[in-house]
Design a protein around this ligand. Structure first.
Ligand SMILES: Nc1ncnc2c1ncn2[C@@H]1O[C@H](COP(=O)(O)OP(=O)(O)OP(=O)(O)O)[C@@H](O)[C@H]1O
Ligand SMILES: [Mg+2]
Length: 398
């Protein structure tokens, strides 16, 4: 590549490097993922479908033989494959004859409030996006109506869901449109469906940074109102449409994260159990508490239903990590989720092709690698689902 730019002209160097990178990435993406290709979700084996529904495979087979419910695809070997929509249709069918209401459709009932879960930590790479994506998808696959929001200008959650932040969102379309101070759009205009039934997305891109710049200005001019309630107020417009909202926060404690924290009913702090991460977390917690005090002083209700720490990229065979995990559990007790998100090449490899573990085929990995990773993710997500149920006053899935 050319070296004709003088290094004292740093602007030009950076701009040129940005262009090279954008062009290369664009070319690579066109190869891997043609612009018009729609991301789709794979089919599920009858065993997977039965597990997601919480019934026996033999019961599903009986329904199929009796001609009840959706018709699964049959492989040449006569194995049944269910689409995510088939599973959702089965949920609706099974709920009609369920022993207890909510056995198959576990979402809100009359009087239950919408859960808004903020996934945060200002430590970059602590697993926020991976956690948010798998949580949102698992909740959707298990019958909750879910809205995932990418509040990070880096837009990783967006890319994971097949939306290209630089190309698909040139005319806006991020949450910024709904929380801006001048002439905000209705939030419904920026919500888009995904290829997962029950899962909608508000994508993100660099435009979200505008909120960080606008807020101090609006505060100085005295027209920011209660800036930290912008997200909460925008979400109130679609309160009836979702059971759970999952917000992937940026790795900083700016106005976007503060607004998510103020909107949240549940807070999930991801921690990679290594010394440097834990040290920076202490500052994160202190700054968060200070900021919440300031907000509370203005009379805002800053109460939350729950707050939990989630250990991410955990390697149980690593002795120093184990010491940190033990230390955190002793100090914080029940505030640390029992389940951990194990470090797995299955999760990072799936991420390379912009997929979650719920999207990739099991056959793409060594069985034991895939199974270990998915068991860990399911356990984490199901523990969070249990917290959601308890918030709605239901214990042990009653
Ligand atoms: N359990 C895991 N096993 C292996 N790799 C993981 C795991 N969780 C996350 N990763 C990888 O670690 C990297 C960082 O994860 P992720 O993007 O979720 O962190 P983040 O907190 O959202 O980062 P940022 O602060 O930049 O938004 C990614 O490459 C991801 O694929
Ligand atoms: Mg992230």
């Amino acid at each position: 590549m050319s070296k004709d730019i003088a290094l004292d002209d740093l602007n030009a160097v950076i701009r040129q490097h940005s262009e090279w990178l954008a062009n290369q990435l664009h070319a690579q993406r066109e190869n891997l993922f043609p612009p018009n290709a729609q991301k789709a979700i794979r089919k599920f084996t009858s065993g997977e479908a039965a597990a997601l529904l919480g019934v026996n495979d033999s019961y599903l087979r009986k329904l199929h033989l009796d001609g009840k419910g959706p018709s699964p695809e049959l492989t040449p070997g006569n194995r049944r494959l269910y689409s995510a929509q088939d599973i959702q249709d089965l949920r609706v069918l099974l709920e009609k004859t369920a022993r207890k209401p909510g056995d198959y459709l576990p979402g809100r009932r009359d009087g239950d409030h919408m859960q808004i879960i903020g996934v945060m930590n200002f430590k970059g790479g602590s697993g926020k996006t991976t956690t948010a994506a798998h949580l949102a998808q698992r909740l959707a696959l298990t019958g909750y109506r879910v809205l995932a929001i990418d509040l990070d200008p880096q837009a990783s959650l967006t890319a994971l869901h097949g939306v290209q932040p630089e190309f698909d969102l040139v005319d806006g379309g991020t949450l910024y449109d709904a929380i801006r101070y001048d002439d905000p759009d209705p939030i419904s205009s920026i919500i888009r469906p995904t290829y997962f039934p029950n899962l909608d997305l508000i994508p993100g891109n660099l435009e979200l940074m505008e909120f960080e710049h606008d807020t101090p200005r609006a505060l100085a001019q005295g027209n920011a109102g209660l800036f930290f309630f912008r997200v909460k107020e925008a979400l109130a417009q679609v309160d009836g449409d979702y059971d759970v909202v999952v917000i992937d926060c940026p790795p900083q404690l700016g106005f976007l994260t503060m607004s998510a924290l103020s909107a949240a009913t549940g807070v999930l702090v991801t921690i990679h159990p290594e010394m440097l991460d834990v040290m920076s977390m202490s500052q994160f917690l202190r700054m968060t508490a200070d900021l919440m005090d300031v907000i509370a002083e203005s009379g805002a209700d800053m109460s939350h239903d729950w707050m939990r720490y989630l250990l991410t990229r955990y390697e149980p065979q690593d002795a120093p990590q184990n010491r940190i995990v033990a230390f955190l559990r002793t100090m914080y007790g029940d505030s640390v989720l029992n389940s951990t998100m194990l470090k797995s090449t299955a999760i990072s490899d799936a991420g390379l092709t912009k997929q979650t573990l719920y999207e990739v085929e099991r056959s793409a990995f060594t069985r034991s690698t895939y199974d270990r990773a998915i068991e860990s993710l399911n356990a984490v997500n199901d523990e969070i689902a249990q917290l959601i149920q308890e918030t709605w006053g239901r214990h042990d899935n009653q």
